[in-house]
Every structure is written in C-alpha cells, then in structure tokens.
Design a protein around this ligand. Structure first.
Ligand SMILES: NC(=O)c1ccc[n+]([C@@H]2O[C@H](COP(=O)([O-])OP(=O)(O)OC[C@H]3O[C@@H](n4cnc5c(N)ncnc54)[C@H](OP(=O)(O)O)[C@@H]3O)[C@@H](O)[C@H]2O)c1
Length: 222
C-alpha cells in the first residue's frame, strides 16, 4: 500500500481491462475514479455500479465528447479528490474492415475513439497536472501496430498514431515533471473479441480468406 494514496482516472471501465484494473488499483490502497460512457439506456455511472460497490468513485465520460465538454468534466473529476496523479486512457474500440471496402467515416470513427479521444481527454487534464507539477498520462496501444493483420487497419492505424505522438508528448511534458507512456499490449481474449464475435463491417466473400488468416495468425490467440 502506498503511503500517500495516488488518485487514478481510468476510461472505459464498463468491461475488459478497465473493469479489471479498477479493483487492482483499490487493492493497492489508491483512489480511483472509474469512468464509462452511457450506453443501452444506462448511464455511465449505472453501468459501473459493481465497481462503485467495490469502492471506486464512478463518473460518466465518453472519450468522444467535444473538447469543451471534456475540459469541463476533467475539472469536475479533478475536484473529487483535489488531484489526479495517473490518467489511464484505456477506452478503445475495434471494428474490422478491409481497406478497399471501408469508408472514410469508418476510419474517422476508429481514429476518433482510439486516438483523438485519448489525446483530447489528456489535453483536458494536462493543464491541471502541469499546474501541480506532477502527473502521469498512460495510453493504450497494441502490438498489432507492428504486425500485419488483414482487416485491422483502422484500429492499428489509430493506435499507431498514438505510438508516434506519445514519444513527442513525453519530451514536451518532461520539463514540467509530468510523465507519459504507451502500454503496448499483446492479445488477450475479452468477451467481445472472441472468435466469431469480432465484427467485420464491410467484408465481402472476396476477402474472406485474408480475414480468416488474420484471425488465426494475427488475432486468434485463443
Ligand atoms: N484485448 C486485447 O487483446 C487488446 C490488445 C491490445 C490493446 N487493447 C486495448 O486495451 C484497451 C482495453 O481493451 P479491452 O480488451 O479491455 O476491450 P473492451 O472490453 O472492449 O474494453 C474497451 C472499453 O472501452 C470503452 N469505450 C469504447 N468507446 C468508448 C467511448 N467513446 N467512451 C468511453 N469508453 C469507450 C468500452 O465501453 P462500452 O462498453 O461503452 O463500449 C469498453 O469499456 C483498449 O484500448 C484496447 O484497444 C486490447
């Protein structure tokens, strides 16, 4: 247990890694604000009822909100404990599509959630961290950026943007005593990425062989 509890903010806690990370933070004796977006007629906070019962503070946050709204919500979140030590940009979205068949809005959607969203959320917290001269901002990426995986271009392209931006951000933040890092994960199975559950939005039979290969070689860790 740390002597001074850290205050963490984690995005995308309705499932998967975010949902698992929150109890681990609490077990260390730290404070955590778990966030989720509203979905399926449930508020973000209602979706996080179990994490609230476990001791987390819960807050509704869609990482795709406009910057002004993210700025307001970051200030509200900051006031809960009077500080944020660690921001974990965990929220992410994977939608598979073959490059020839996707549309620009499809690509923009992937960029919005996986790259612009985390950068905008970070931009909302950075002035507050900079004024306090301490803080760590973590981003979530994927080894898929470095391996070929047919159908995954929108996802890995968006994560790849983070891979190239964060090293620059680290140099920009260093003089203020702030830190940033990329968490470049390998592959683990979550309910929504089980084989057969990945959604290929625009795959014709012409590309079926390539996509099946991707499941086995690139994404089929199970
Ligand atoms: N599993 C892997 O093998 C793997 C590998 C490399 C990287 N990653 C990355 O690790 C992170 C966690 O993924 P996971 O495996 O735990 O998958 P997951 O269970 O699908 O979790 C993703 C979370 O992001 C949330 N989210 C999506 N769009 C959002 C938005 N606009 N605003 C707020 N929250 C949003 C989802 O919430 P909703 O329920 O509202 O959709 C969900 O809670 C992601 O960034 C993912 O890309 C995962």
């Amino acid at each position: 247990m740390s002597s001074q509890p850290l205050t963490w903010v984690v995005t995308g806690c309705s499932s998967g890694l975010g949902e698992a990370l929150v109890p681990a933070i609490l077990a260390q004796g730290d404070q955590v604000i778990a966030t989720a977006r509203a979905r399926d007629n449930l508020s973000g906070t209602d979706r996080l009822a179990a994490l609230k019962a476990a001791g987390a503070t819960v807050y509704e946050l869609d990482v795709c909100h406009p910057q002004e709204e993210l700025d307001t919500r970051a200030r509200e979140i900051w006031q809960i404990y009077g500080k944020v030590d660690v921001l974990v940009n965990n929220a992410g979205y994977i939608d598979m599509g073959i490059v020839e068949e996707i549309s620009e809005p499809f690509l923009i959607n992937a960029l919005r959630t996986n790259a612009f969203g985390p950068l905008n959320v970070s931009r909302a917290f950075l002035p507050l961290m900079r004024a306090r001269k301490t803080g760590t901002v973590l981003f979530t990426s994927s080894v898929g950026v470095y391996y070929g995986a047919p159908g995954a271009s929108c996802y890995t392209g968006a994560k790849g943007l983070l891979e190239t931006v964060v090293p620059n951000l680290a140099l920009e933040l260093a003089p203020f005593g702030l830190r940033t890092a990329l968490l470049t994960y390998s592959y683990w199975v979550v309910v929504r990425s089980l084989a057969g559950n990945l959604f290929y939005s625009a795959t014709t039979r012409r590309y079926a062989a390539a996509v099946e290969g991707a499941r086995l070689e690139g994404w089929g860790g199970e």
